[in-house]
Design a protein around this ligand. Sequence first.
Ligand code: CP
Ligand code: NVA
Length: 308
Amino acid sequence: MQKNFINLRDFTAGQLGKLLDRAIAEKTLFAQGKLPATLQRRTLAMIFEKPSLRTRVSFEAAMTHLGGHAIYLTREDIGLGSREAVQDIARVLGRLCDGIMARTFSHRFVEDLGRYTTVPVVNALTDYSHPCQAMADLMTVREHFGELAGRKLVFVGDGNNVARSLAEAGRMLGVHVVLACPKGYELEDEFVASLESIEGAGSFATCNDPAGAVADADVIYTDTWVSMGQEAEKEKRVRDFAAFQVNPALLAQAPARAIVLHCLPAYRGFEIDDDAFEAHAQTILAEAENRLHFQRALLNALIGDGGI
Ligand code: CP
Ligand code: NVA
């Protein structure tokens, strides 16, 4: 049984599939007012080194729905890495709380939290990955198309944390993920090679031609060209990614069935234009809402059941 939700590849495809089943079932129960408050008197500590709208609000709302409470802690509040060592923060929070979620620059930091504490630790985005996002995304795709197996998701943009998690989740859950990016922005060769060793029916490929890639896409996905922490590279990135905008001209190359997803926040006029965003706002907002439903099920499993 896994105590933490930090790396998707710590789980089997079956476990991730069941987690999605649970998220979808509990979403229905919640809508009917029948989801039990299973985490009464439980507390989630939420550590944020970077800004957040969706992640903070969805985790906090999920704890509220389950009868528990969440505490928002910034880097400044706890002196992350300066006032106190990670192993001490981890062990103390393990005595005071029932779970920890963390959004950090360093992936190693979240792994260390998980190693040193006794309570579940959830990765709420690091420079390396964003597993909760990828699971909520595939939940949205599954709800839209009825199943995931065989669907093609084209990620138009940077080989970043979100792309990495989608590549892993897609591999495990039977989705064909294609990263369409400018040269120099691919995912690392070592990472791509390692996907082969993960059990799953999905696949991963990279190309530099967004129009060609979307021609048979079910899902067109994009994310910012400048992730949190890369602000100094903004000018160069905006130049390098100019031909990789999701806009009506690109969408005209895609089949009518294709949906558009964006993890948000969206930088309109850069990775996506207003028209493309507004034409697909329904699915993009359903995706944002599913962060709540996926993570509520995740907290139920990790804190309520004691692991996955
Ligand atoms: N998609 C996402 O993680 O959004 P926030 O950065 O606002 O949490
Ligand atoms: N790749 C983006 C995702 C934001 C949710 C970032 O890391 O800033």
